[in-house]
Design a binder for this molecule. Structure first.
Ligand code: GRF
Length: 221
């Protein structure tokens, strides 16, 4: 049976695009993106979804009096599609505990840092300020605490002396596009699941487990 994804976005949509390509190519097998929902009407990712013939919805947070009201509306829209997985792909809103609890184990996010380092915003600038040698991206299950849920997979990239936030962000984004579709495929095939606050694997993460991803090098174990 075809599995269903609902993606939540706020902006550019490059992760949406990498996930869409993975669904189309069969890297994520038997899976369809049934809706892309944005909290921002001008999100460029909406156009990408429309071009691909995916239904889109705009649920503008500004139209709701409270986070609870916004999350309730979001939940109604999502649940109408009966998704197997709800995928945050650059969705820039904090979600309330009732919302997160409703989707526990079915709600995943990608964050542009090696969590638990640098939760929140401006991760690349903060990584440079701290002088870290390694930075990266994390796919994790979403729990009520921001950017703190059980980690599914991480990709590390080096930080170079002449990096600025934009260069570093581009390197991390390339890694995001590699790990997010693979993580979703693992979850949807049942190889990865959340059990009692822990991530359980019944098969190894394909190819990239414990690897460092570097744009100019082969993956290094
Ligand atoms: C990505 O860096 C993602 O990790 C973060 O927001 C950004 C979204 O980029 N949560 P895009 O919209 O997928 O291009």
């Amino acid at each position: 049976m075809t599995r269903k994804l609902v993606l939540l976005i706020s902006g550019r949509g490059s992760n949406l695009q990498s996930i869409l390509r993975a669904c189309q190519s069969g890297q994520i097998a038997d899976t369809e993106i049934v809706c892309v929902i944005s909290n921002r009407a001008g999100a460029p990712g909406l156009a990408l979804a429309k071009q691909a013939g995916i239904p889109t919805e705009i649920i503008a947070h500004r139209n709701y009096a409270s986070r609870a009201d916004f999350d309730a509306a979001l939940r109604r829209s999502i649940d109408a599609y009966h998704p197997d997985l709800v995928v945050l792909a650059g969705f820039m809103r904090q979600l309330t505990t009732p919302f997160v609890t409703h989707y526990l184990g079915r709600l995943v996010n990608i964050h542009p840092s090696l969590l638990p380092a640098f939760p929140g915003l401006h991760t690349h600038a903060r990584a440079l300020e701290q002088g870290v040698c390694w930075h990266g991206a994390t796919v994790h299950y979403v729990t009520p605490e921001l950017d703190a849920g059980p980690i599914i997979v991480q990709a590390a990239v080096p930080v170079f002396p002449d990096d600025d936030p934009a260069r570093l962000a581009a390197r991390v984004l390339e890694a995001e596009h590699q790990i997010y579709p693979r993580a979703l495929a693992a979850i949807l095939s049942g190889h990865c699941r959340l059990e009692a606050d822990r991530v359980h694997w019944s098969a190894p993460f394909p190819v990239l487990a414990n690897t460092v991803i570097h744009p100019q090098l082969e993956s290094v174990s």
